[in-house]
Design a protein around this ligand. Structure first.
Ligand code: NCD
Length: 299
């Protein structure tokens, strides 16, 4: 039994196999999950992650049971522990997809889960399936990841999508990453050290224009409002990085703009019509990648 908890767990071979399978799902109808049930247990808001997982299971011919607001509408509201909930839900489903507000919750849940558990985001920790679909998007939209220069922009301290993407990029060759964040929101040391040990060339700046100049992929992220200690802290940092159409036009000709979404104000709406904007396509790829991943853990 394999749980999906952390982007660091994927090796190159697995990523390439999952991407190849996702590519098949884009064009062919493959229903291998008839009679299987997936439970989605979400303790934090989600649009893309939950819907694309559910869409993936339904497209594969399986069924879905779902708690979209598990904090209030599951027995967690009555005081049940996460462990007890997982043990029970694991008796009703063949796979559990869980999002939780605490970093480390997915690992705790996996320890007691009788079925594969997929981490759909744990606090400011990890979001491994987002990293996979981000890698897939770079493959599809750019042709490959080896040799790429990726700029990660925004709230790199709390953003689990950026943390997970940096981790997964480490399996590819000659990757350069520019981390673009204000001092207070720099990427944590643990993940920076990991990326460097993996051979990624890391650059850092707090200047957006400088940070994106030579990038092939500009990965924007939102300030993670829900992770700040006080509203004042959030207000003081918000609005610092806004990717305008003029900035996008100044990027390399074949560069692309990605974003895990939701966006707040960090990408101007005028960027949406730029041929470099790929974030809506990126969101769509989520379904195909999650189809491949569900087959992988339920094989
Ligand atoms: C991200 C998340 O939840 O971590 N969203 C997503 O899954 N596509 C990014 C975010 O919320 O900013």
């Amino acid at each position: 039994m394999e749980h999906i908890l952390d982007a660091k767990q994927f090796d190159r071979k697995t990523i390439e196999a999952l991407c190849a399978r996702a590519r098949q799902h884009e064009t062919r109808r493959i229903q291998r999950m008839k009679g299987k049930v997936m439970a989605t247990l979400f303790y934090e808001p989600s649009t893309r992650t939950r819907f694309s997982f559910e869409s993936a299971m339904l497209r594969l011919g399986g069924g879905v049971i779902s708690s979209e607001n598990a904090h209030d509408s599951s027995s967690s509201a009555k005081g049940e522990t996460l462990e007890d909930t997982i043990r029970v839900v694991g008796g009703y489903a063949d796979v559990i997809v869980m999002r939780h507000f605490e970093a480390g919750a997915a690992e705790r849940a996996a320890r007691v889960s009788p079925v594969p558990l997929i981490n759909a985001g744990d606090g400011a920790g990890q979001h491994p399936t987002q990293a996979l679909l981000d890698a897939y998007t770079i493959f599809r939209e750019r042709g490959g990841i080896d040799g790429a220069h990726v700029a990660l922009v925004g709230d790199l301290k709390h953003g689990r999508a950026a943390r997970s993407l940096l981790a997964i990029l480490g399996v590819f060759k000659n990757v350069t990453c520019t981390l673009v964040a204000p001092e207070a929101l720099r990427m944590e040391n643990d993940i920076r050290a990991y990326a460097q040990a993996q051979g990624i060339t890391l650059l850092e700046t707090d200047d957006l224009e400088e940070g994106i100049q030579s990038a092939d992929v500009v990965y924007m992220t939102r300030l993670q409002k829900e992770r700040f200690n006080t509203p004042a802290e959030y207000e003081g940092l918000k609005g610092q990085y806004i990717l305008t159409r003029a900035l996008v036009d100044s990027m390399k000709n074949d560069a692309i703009v990605m974003h895990p979404l939701p966006r707040v104000d960090e990408i101007d709406r005028e960027v949406d019509t730029s041929p470099k904007a790929r974030y809506f396509r990126q969101a769509e790829y989520g379904t195909y990648v999650r189809m491949a991943l569900l087959e992988h853990v339920l094989r």
